[in-house]
Design a protein. Structure first.
Length: 160
C-alpha cells in the first residue's frame, strides 16, 4: 500500500468509497430516515458531493491510498493558516481493506502534511455512533472537546 497525491481521475473512486464507508454513519442518511428523500435525491448523492467540495477546496490536501493500482482509501484535508488548524473532513477505506491500518496511515499522512504546512493543531469530527472512528481518533491522540447536536426542520411546516 502506498499513499500518493490525489489525481482528478480518482474522484469517482473516492465517491464510491465514501458512500460505502459512510453507510450507517452519515447525518444525511439519518435525515433521510426521518424525512425521506429530499428533492428527489438520496443521502448517497449528498454525501458524495462532499468529496467534490473537499477536492475543490484543497485538491493538494487530498491523499489516496493505493494497493496494486486500486484506490482503497483516502483522506481529505484543508488548513486554516491563521488559526494554525489542519482539518480532516473525510477519511474512508474500502470495506475489504479495513482493519489493516490504512485509515491510521492516511490520518498520519494528513498530520505530517499539516506539520509541513506549519499547523499547530489538527481537527477531525465523527458522529457519536461511529465507535470505530472514535476509537481510532483517540488512539492516535485526538481529544474529544465537545459534542454537537444536529437539527433539521421541514420548511413546509408540516410534520411527516
Amino acid at each position: 500500500m502506498r499513499i500518493r497525491p490525489f489525481h482528478d481521475t480518482d474522484l469517482s473512486a473516492l465517491k464510491e468509497i465514501t458512500v460505502e464507508a459512510f453507510d450507517g454513519a452519515s447525518i444525511d442518511q439519518m435525515i433521510e430516515r426521518r424525512f425521506g428523500l429530499l428533492n428527489g435525491g438520496d443521502w448517497r448523492g449528498r454525501k458524495a458531493r462532499n468529496i467534490d467540495a473537499d477536492v475543490e477546496r484543497d485538491a493538494k490536501g487530498t491523499f489516496v491510498a493505493e494497493t496494486d493500482g486500486e484506490v482503497v482509501g483516502y483522506v481529505t484535508t484543508w488548513t486554516d493558516a491563521e488559526a494554525g488548524i489542519g482539518h480532516i473532513p473525510n477519511v474512508a477505506v474500502r470495506a475489504g481493506h479495513r482493519g489493516h491500518g490504512i485509515g491510521r496511515q492516511l490520518i498520519d499522512h494528513a498530520l505530517d502534511h499539516f506539520r509541513r504546512m506549519g499547523m499547530t493543531h489538527a481537527r477531525i469530527e465523527t458522529l457519536e455512533s461511529n465507535k470505530v472512528g472514535h476509537h481510532l481518533y483517540t488512539s492516535i491522540g485526538f481529544e474529544e472537546i465537545t459534542r454537537q447536536v444536529h437539527f433539521i426542520m421541514a420548511l413546509d411546516g408540516e410534520e411527516d
